[in-house]
Design a protein around this ligand. Structure first.
Ligand code: ATP
Length: 351
C-alpha cells in the first residue's frame, strides 16, 4: 500500500512536533525516519498509525483518505522499542492475537490462524518456539516475535519505532540485516524510526531526515551521501567539519583566500563549507589553507589530527592516511590543508 501525507501538522503548547509535513511512500518501500531526539519522528508514526490525530493535513492510504479513520480500520502493524508482548500468552498466542481479536465476521478460522502463525514463526526463523512465553526469550527473539505479531494481520503498512533500540550493539546489527532480508522477501511497505544514522543508511531504500518537526531531506541512501541537502544533514549522517567563509566568483573563500573547489550555481555571499575528516589532505604547498595541529588522536584504524584554523569558531578534524611513510605532524605544527571533497551551502544563519 502506498502512503501520502500532505501538510500534516501537530502542535503541542510551545512546540510544533510536526510542521506541515509532506511525504509520499511507494508500496513496498522501506523508509527510515532519521532525526535527533525531539524532531517529530514518533509523532509522525503515531499520526500514520491513527494513535494521534493531526491538527491539520491529510493522510491517504492508496486512494483512500485515512485522515479520520480509526486505528483498527487502518490495519497498520506497529512495533515499539519496548517489547510489547503479552507476558501471559505464548509466542504463538501473541502472534495470533491480532487475528483472534477481529470481529467474528472478519476472523479467519482456527485452522487458518494456526497456519498463519506457523508461517510467521518460520519467517522469523523461530519455528520451534511457538509454545514458549516471552520471559523465556532473548531480547532479539522478543523483537522478532513482535514483528511477526505486527505482520500477522497483513498490515497495509508496518511502522517500527526504534524496534532494536533496547538491544545491545551486536544484536542490533544482526537484527537490522535480518530485517532487510525479511523485507526483501515480504515487500511489506515499512516505515522505520531511528536516530542512528548507520542503521538508517544500512537498512533503508530511502531516508527521511527530520529536524524540529520538518523534513530536511528525503532521498535515497546514495543521494543522501552524495548530496546532503544542508549542513544539518551533512553533520547528521557522519563525522563532519564545518568551515565558515563566503562564496565569491564561484569559489569558496576563507579569510580572502579562495579554495580550488569547483562550485555549482551562481550563489555569492556568506557560506559554509562542510567536509569529512577523510576528505581533508595535508599538502606541501600551494592551495588550501593554513591550520595548526592542536591535538592528535590515535584510533583503532587511523590517526586523527585536530586542527585550529585562523578565524574559525570551531576546530576541525583530519584523518591521516594509514600508510607507513605518511608524515605524521606533531602538535604545534602548522600545516596546509586541502579539502579534496566538500559541500558548500549558503549561510543563511539557520544552518
Ligand atoms: N504528548 C505530548 N505533549 C507535549 N509535547 C509533546 C508530546 N509528545 C511529543 N511532544 C513534543 O513534540 C516534539 C516531537 O516529539 P517526538 O516524540 O515526535 O520526537 P522524536 O523525534 O520521536 O524523539 P525521540 O528520538 O527522542 O523519540 C518534542 O519536542 C516533544 O517534546
Amino acid at each position: 500500500m502506498d502512503l501520502h501525507l500532505q501538510g500534516i501538522a501537530k502542535h503541542y503548547p510551545g512546540v510544533a512536533a510536526l510542521d506541515a509535513v509532506d511525504l509520499d511512500i511507494a508500496s513496498g518501500e522501506l523508509v527510515a525516519l532519521l532525526g535527533p531526539s525531539g524532531s517529530g519522528k514518533t509523532t509522525l508514526l503515531r499520526v500514520i498509525a491513527g494513535l494521534l490525530h493531526p491538527d491539520a493535513g491529510r493522510l491517504h492510504f492508496g486512494e483512500t483518505d485515512a485522515t479520520s479513520m480509526r486505528l483498527r480500520q487502518r490495519n497498520v502493524g506497529f512495533v515499539f522499542q519496548q517489547y510489547a508482548l503479552f507476558r501471559h500468552m505464548t509466542v504463538a498466542e501473541n502472534i495470533a492475537f491480532g487475528l483472534r481479536s477481529r470481529p467474528r465476521s472478519q476472523r479467519p478460522s482456527r485452522a487458518e490462524i494456526a497456519k498463519r502463525v506457523d508461517e510467521l514463526l518460520a519467517l522469523i526463523q523461530l519455528p520451534e518456539l511457538g509454545a514458549r512465553y516471552p520471559d523465556q526469550l532473548s531480547g532479539g527473539q522478543k523483537q522478532r516475535v513482535a514483528l511477526a505479531r505486527a505482520l500477522a494481520i497483513k498490515p497495509s503498512v508496518l511502522l517500527l519505532d526504534e524496534p532494536f533500540g533496547a538491544l545491545d550493539a551486536k544484536v542490533r546489527v544482526e537484527l537490522r540485516r535480518w530485517l532487510r532480508r525479511l523485507h526483501e522477501r515480504t515487500g511489506q511497505t515499512t516505515l522505520f524510526v531511528t536516530h542512528d544514522q548507520e542503521e538508517a543508511l544500512e537498512l533503508a531504500d530511502r531516508v527521511v531526515v527530520m529536524r524540529e518537526g520538518r523534513i530536511e531531506q528525503v532521498a535515497s541512501v546514495d543521494e543522501i551521501h552524495r548530496a546532503p541537502a544542508s549542513p544539518f544533514v551533512f553533520e547528521f549522517i557522519g563525522r563532519a567539519n564545518r568551515l565558515e567563509g563566503e562564496v565569491r566568483d564561484g569559489r569558496f573563500q576563507m579569510a580572502g583566500h579562495p579554495l580550488a573547489l569547483p562550485m555549482e550555481g551562481d550563489y555569492a555571499g556568506p557560506a559554509i563549507l562542510m567536509t569529512r575528516p577523510h576528505d581533508l589532505a595535508i599538502v606541501k604547498e600551494g592551495d588550501g589553507f593554513a591550520a595548526k595541529v592542536v591535538d592528535l588522536f590515535r584510533r583503532a584504524d587511523r590517526i586523527t589530527a585536530e586542527l585550529e584554523c585562523a578565524g574559525q569558531p570551531r576546530t576541525i578534524e583530519l584523518d591521516l592516511p594509514d600508510t607507513q611513510d605518511a608524515q605524521v605532524p606533531r602538535v604545534g605544527d602548522v600545516v596546509r590543508v586541502l579539502p579534496v571533497r566538500a559541500s558548500v551551502y549558503p549561510n543563511d544563519g539557520a544552518a
